[in-house]
Ligand binder design. Structure first.
Ligand SMILES: Cc1ncc(COP(=O)(O)O)c(C=O)c1O
Ligand SMILES: [Zn+2]
Length: 422
C-alpha cells in the first residue's frame, strides 16, 4: 500500500496526504487525482514483471493500484477486467477503415465497465473499514457496486432514478443491495447520496466524486497498452513503416466523464513510469441530448454548463457531469476530440454491432456511433488504428435494443405459414 502517497487537485493543484481528504478538493470542489510513488514503482518493477503475471483480471496491475488485495479471493471481485478485444473487419470495411477493434466491457462480471471502479472502491472500503458503501447510479455503477459488494459480504446502498431500466434494477435487487429509487433524475440521486453519506457516515462511491473510481477505470488503459504493443507490432509487419507513425485512437462514451478521465490517468501513469512513449488519442462520444462536456470541449473552455439531459442512452444521460474538467483535458491533451451522436445513430450502432456478434447497450454502442461519424468527418481514416470501447451489455436495456430492430413475425404453427412468410 506504500505506493499510494496522496492526492493532487485537478483544478488548484493542491496536494493532500491520504488521510487529509476523502472525496473532492475542499477548496474548489475539483476532482482529485490519486498520486502514486512512481519512483518506488519504477525501481521495483519493469513492464515485463507485470506482463508476465498469470492473473488476467485487473488485479494483474496491482503494483500500479493504490490499494492492497481485498479479501474474498476467487469471487467476482477478482474477476473484473481482462476483457477481450475483437477486430471488426467487416464493419471497418463499410466505413472505409482497415484497422478497427472493439474492447468488450460487457464481459465484466456484472456486464459493464463499472466493475473496474467498484472492485477498487470495495478494496478501499475494506482498508477504511467502512461498514456501508453507497452510490448514486444510472444503473451500471450501482449494479457493479452491488455485485462486487455481494461477492465479499460488504453492505451496499444504491440510489437510482426510478426510470432506470428494469434489468439494471433487477441486478441491484438480486445482488442484495438496499435499493432506493428516486423520483427524479440521476443528478437528483447524486446530490441526495452525497448528503446521506455525510449524514450517516457511509462511504460514498459516487462517480466523479470518489477519487478511487478512476483508479479502477485506468486499468482498461493498462490493458489497451498491453494489447497495443502486440497489435501495433503486427500492423507494422503487415503494412510497413508508415503505420508506425499513426497513433491509436480510442473511442469512449462519456456521461459524467469518469471513464474517459480514468483511461487518460492510466496512460499518464504509464508515461510517468516511462513505460509508454505516446499516449493514444482519446475521443469522447456523447449523446446529442446530453452533451455538456462536448459543448465545453468545442467551446474551448473548462467551464461545464449543465444541460437538461435527454437520450435513449440512460447511462450517459447526465445534466451536470461530475468529472467534466478532466474529461475535457483527456481529449485536449491527447489530440483527440469530442463527437456527439443522435439517438437514431446510437440505435443504428446497436444493430450494426449486433450483426457481428456484439450486444451493446445504448451507451456502449454510442462509442461505435462516434466512430461511424468520426470516419465520415476525418477524425480517423484509412489505416488509422481505432479502438472502440463497448462499455455495457445490451441485455441491460432490452427495451432500447428492441427499438433498434424490426420485431419478429408471429405465425401459425404450420408449414404453410412458414412458406408464406419466406
Ligand atoms: C455503459 C456505460 N457507458 C458509459 C458510461 C459513461 O461513464 P462516465 O459517466 O464515467 O462518463 C457509463 C456510466 O454510467 C456506462 O454505464
Ligand atoms: Zn482544488
Amino acid at each position: 500500500m506504500g505506493k499510494f502517497v496522496g492526492y493532487v487537485c485537478s483544478i488548484c493543484k493542491t496536494e493532500y496526504a491520504p488521510g487529509d481528504v476523502t472525496y473532492t478538493c475542499p477548496k474548489d470542489g475539483g476532482n482529485l487525482d490519486v498520486v502514486l510513488d512512481y519512483d518506488a514503482i519504477k525501481s521495483k518493477y519493469k513492464p515485463e514483471d507485470l506482463l508476465s503475471r498469470t492473473d488476467s483480471s485487473l488485479w494483474r496491475y496491482l503494483p500500479l493500484l493504490p490499494v492492497s488485495v481485498p479479501k474474498g479471493f476467487a469471487t467476482p471481485l477478482h474477476a473484473a477486467g481482462g476483457t477481450p478485444i475483437y477486430k471488426l473487419t467487416s464493419l471497418a470495411e463499410n466505413l472505409g477503415l482497415q484497422n478497427v477493434w472493439l474492447k468488450d466491457e460487457s464481459k465484466n462480471p456484472t456486464a459493464s465497465f463499472k466493475d473496474r471502479a467498484s472492485a477498487i472502491v470495495v478494496a478501499r472500503a475494506q482498508e477504511l473499514k467502512s461498514e456501508i458503501i453507497v452510490t448514486a447510479s444510472t444503473g451500471n455503477a450501482g449494479a457493479a457496486l452491488a455485485g462486487m459488494s455481494a461477492a465479499v459480504g460488504q453492505k451496499a446502498i444504491i440510489f437510482a432514478p426510478k426510470s432506470a431500466p428494469q434489468a439494471k434494477v433487477a441486478q441491484l435487487l438480486i445482488f442484495g443491495a438496499k435499493v432506493i429509487l428516486v423520483n427524479g433524475t440521476y443528478d437528483d440521486a447524486f446530490d441526495l447520496t452525497v448528503k446521506c453519506a455525510e449524514e450517516f457516515g457511509w462511504y460514498c462511491r459516487n462517480t466523479g466524486y470518489n477519487p478511487f473510481t478512476a483508479e479502477g477505470k485506468k486499468t482498461a488503459a493498462f490493458e489497451i497498452w498491453e494489447w497495443w504493443q502486440e497489435a501495433h507490432h503486427e500492423l507494422h509487419e503487415d503494412v510497413g513503416e508508415e503505420v508506425d507513425h499513426k497513433p491509436l485512437t480510442v473511442f469512449v462514451s462519456v456521461g459524467d466523464g469518469n471513464i474517459i478521465s480514468g483511461i487518460h490517468k492510466g496512460f499518464k501513469d504509464l508515461q510517468r513510469l516511462s513505460w509508454m512513449q505516446r499516449i493514444p488519442r482519446i475521443v469522447g462520444v456523447q449523446a446529442e441530448g446530453s452533451s455538456a462536456i462536448a459543448n465545453a470541449f468545442h467551446g474551448n473552455t473548462e467551464t461545464i454548463t449543465p444541460v437538461s439531459a435527454q437520450t435513449i442512452a440512460d447511462s450517459i444521460s447526465v445534466d451536470l457531469p461530475r468529472d467534466g474538467v478532466r474529461a475535457v483535458r483527456a481529449s485536449k491533451e491527447t489530440d483527440g476530440t469530442y463527437i456527439t451522436v443522435t439517438d437514431d445513430e446510437i440505435l443504428n450502432a446497436i444493430a450494426e454491432l449486433g450483426r457481428v456478434g456484439v450486444f451493446a447497450e445504448p451507451a456502449g454502442a454510442a462509442a461505435y456511433a462516434g466512430l461511424v461519424k468520426g470516419s465520415a468527418n476525418g477524425v480517423v481514416g484509412g489505416e488509422d488504428p481505432a479502438l472502440v470501447l463497448n462499455t455495457g451489455s445490451g441485455l441491460k436495456d432490452v427495451r432500447a435494443a428492441m427499438q433498434a430492430v424490426e420485431s419478429a413475425p408471429i405465425i401459425e404453427p404450420n408449414l404453410e405459414a412458414v412458406k408464406r412468410l419466406l
